[in-house]
Design a protein around this ligand. Structure first.
Ligand code: COA
Length: 206
């Protein structure tokens, strides 16, 4: 697994685009985002929140919000997708992922602001997560979603994930994909930095 430089999180930011070409930044969440992230979760429709968190919650419990904000703890990370709305950087999506070293896999969940769903942000964010997974050296990425969650199932299908049973809960379906590290296909800052570090390590070893 690659070590993150937590004192300079900005270097892991990426620029994506909506289907219509609007810029979207994906970056690690920071403590300054605490309140806005909570407001973002509150502003999701109850259906989106239910689909994202697999239960009826109106906001993130305080302890969970703290876990979201403190990235890297227990190999869990949160990124936010932001756009400039009326001149202000605004959270329009989030994703949380965990690296499971025992299976060399990344597990994730994500959401997009209801007002921005259907604009290609989920697809772009998913591609970015795959790149971030590659930067860990993960060989597989997966998530679990409700069988009734047509948008997530549609997105996973579009992104060529395969579907399997989710262990332990018949209401869930698992979607997963093997990760192949092709720098020209999945560029992201995390991967580039991991590649640079590993090149530096091998030159030191000579
Ligand atoms: C699932 C979710 C992340 C998709 O994000 P999005 O930005 O709306 O998706 P995109 O616009 O990038 O769509 C990409 C593809 O997903 C599929 N898709 C998206 N919405 C869909 C829907 N309502 N029904 C069926 N397929 C859908 C389509 O194949 C689409 O490609 P197309 O528009 O070219 O046909 C978003 O709907 C969401 O946040 N839902 C609530 C939270 C959630 O369910 N999270 C998943 C928990 S793991």
């Amino acid at each position: 697994m690659t070590a993150l430089q937590l004192d300079d999180l900005q270097q892991y930011s990426d620029q994506l685009r909506t289907r219509g070409g609007k810029p979207v930044t994906v970056r690690f969440v920071e403590p300054r985002d605490r309140e806005e992230l909570q407001n973002y979760i509150r502003s999701l429709s109850s259906r989106s929140r239910y689909n994202r968190f697999l239960g009826a919650i109106s906001e993130l419990p305080k302890s969970e919000l703290e876990r979201f904000i403190h990235i890297g703890e227990a190999d869990r990370f949160t990124v936010v997708a932001t756009m400039l709305v009326d001149g202000f950087e605004t959270i329009v999506g989030e994703a949380r992922y965990a690296f499971h070293g025992d299976t060399n896999a990344i597990e994730f969940g994500l959401s997009i602001d209801d007002r921005w769903q259907g604009h290609g942000i989920g697809r772009a964010l998913l591609g970015n997560l795959e790149c971030r997974a590659a930067s860990f050296g993960a060989s597989r990425i997966f998530g679990d979603t409700l069988r009734s969650n047509e948008s997530m199932l549609g997105l996973a299908c579009k992104a060529e994930y395969v579907f399997t049973h989710s262990p332990g809960d018949w209401k869930l379906v698992r979607f997963e994909k093997e990760i192949h590290v092709e720098p020209q296909d999945i560029p992201c800052a995390s991967w580039r930095l991991a590649a640079l570090r590993s090149a530096a390590m091998s030159s030191l070893a000579i």
